[in-house]
Design a protein around this ligand. Structure first.
Ligand SMILES: Cc1ncc(COP(=O)(O)O)c(C=O)c1O
Length: 403
């Protein structure tokens, strides 16, 4: 546990980089050594800290890193990350020259972007700037549809400053029990790939699979799989076989107030919880502005790992506020101000997994992890000061201040 700077708001997200590395190895074992891995580190590495995760996985032999926006790619380059960075979000705005200058790899599916990259590449004196073409095979979000695919490739071929290095798609339903929609997407993608080859294009890096598809559908692995959630130790659904990954992030806080209340006392905004017995209610300095969703009101549980007689689960009672929430500790002996409370993490049966918090909040683990706000400092236990500064870069200066 790190030394906390203040007893007032000791909420922190600890990221176990060793567990992240272990997760990467588990996925690697499941998919085999011949398939490349793109570590998806968009949205600040699903809340784990993009620079720290980038530095870690860079040393573990990944093909590259996946981000959603040009800004995320630039942040990595500014931090000195040199490995391949694929910008998957396709919102290039006026940043085509920036993408080229920073040696980022764009995923394109819009003819306007091809033109803009061709112009910017020529201006930068580049003869063969590499792009990955994104095919929309059924997600209806980004990419070129099958009907316009040939024309799109011809357009790319008209520009000597552009080279199609990769061909990609993204699955909409790979975590659903029924894989028929994914099989149909895959068939469309394979048709496009064959057409591309017949037209003389020779994309070297073919990729389609996210965590769910990579673990469930060997035929979708091609040259590269794009792994996000699995790297962070969660699974997209119960239909995805667990290769042995474990959550790498624990979110903890400490009790900062305790009160004994008689039966019939309302707790928090709206009085949605009223004590039914003499109750001991503890206040935690974490709320929805930290990413502990208001939907968790009267639904979630937190762990008290230091409870007398062993770790205990206790319920969140009343509405989660912006900066605070309350838990009912009536049944736990000897609870004191300053005791640790685990919102996410823990060990064995007495743990709160991202999937569990997601179920309480009626959402998905992706949203749970990416919602932990910037106000919550990330800590990387086990790293020495110099490594810590290097690992965290500018992303979470508060972490350095914590030490
Ligand atoms: C294009 C693309 N590829 C891969 C991923 C990684 O997905 P997952 O976290 O399920 O592995 C995402 C994440 O949403 C994505 O948008």
């Amino acid at each position: 546990m790190i030394a906390l700077p203040t007893p007032i708001r000791p909420t922190v997200a600890e990221v176990d980089l060793r567990q992240l590395a272990a997760n990467l190895r588990c996925v690697r074992q499941a998919i085999g050594s011949r398939v490349g891995m793109l570590a998806v580190i968009k949205a600040d590495a699903y809340g784990h800290g993009a620079i720290a995760v980038a530095r870690l996985v860079e040393g573990l032999g990944v093909w590259g890193l996946g981000v959603a926006t040009v800004e995320e790619g630039v942040q990595l380059r500014e931090a000195g990350v040199r490995t391949r960075v694929l910008v998957m979000g396709a919102s290039f705005g006026r940043d085509h020259a920036e993408v080229i200058g920073r040696e980022l790899i764009p995923m394109v599916g819009d003819p306007g972007d091809v033109e803009a990259f061709a112009v910017a590449a020529r201006a930068a004196g580049r003869t063969r700037f590499g792009v990955h073409v994104k095919v929309d095979t059924g997600m209806s979000r980004l990419g070129v549809g099958e009907g316009r695919f040939d024309a799109f490739l011809r357009r790319c071929a008209e520009h000597p400053s552009i080279r199609v290095d990769g061909l990609a798609t993204h699955f909409a339903c790979a975590e659903e029990q029924d894989l028929s929609a994914t099989a149909a997407q895959l068939a469309t993608f394979v048709r496009c790939l064959e057409r591309a080859r017949a037209m003389g294009a020779d994309p070297q890096t073919i990729h389609a699979a996210n965590t769910a598809a990579a673990l469930r559908l060997p035929a979708a692995r091609f040259d590269l799989v794009r792994i996000g959630l699995g790297l962070y130790g969660a699974l997209p659904s119960a239909h995805v076989p667990d290769p042995g990954v474990r959550p790498a992030l624990s979110w903890t806080t400490r009790i900062n107030a305790l009160r004994d209340l008689p039966a019939g006392t309302p707790v928090s905004y709206g009085a949605t919880f009223v004590t039914t017995r003499p109750s001991r209610i503890a206040t935690l300095p974490v709320g929805y502005a930290d990413g502990y969703a208001r939907r968790l009101s009267n639904r979630a549980e937190v762990l008290l790992p230091g409870a007398a007689g062993g770790p205990r689960r206790v319920p969140v009672v009343g509405r989660v506020c912006m900066d605070l929430c309350m838990i009912d500790v009536t049944e736990v002996e000897g609870v004191a101000v300053g005791d640790a409370a685990v919102l996410l993490g823990g060990k064995g049966k007495l743990s709160v997994a991202p999937e569990q918090l997601a179920a309480w909040g009626e959402t998905i683990s992706y949203e749970v992890l990416t919602s932990i706000s910037k106000r919550v400092p990330r800590a990387y236990p086990g790293l020495a000061d110099a490594e810590l500064r290097q690992a965290t870069g500018q992303a979470h200066p508060a972490v350095v201040a914590l030490r």
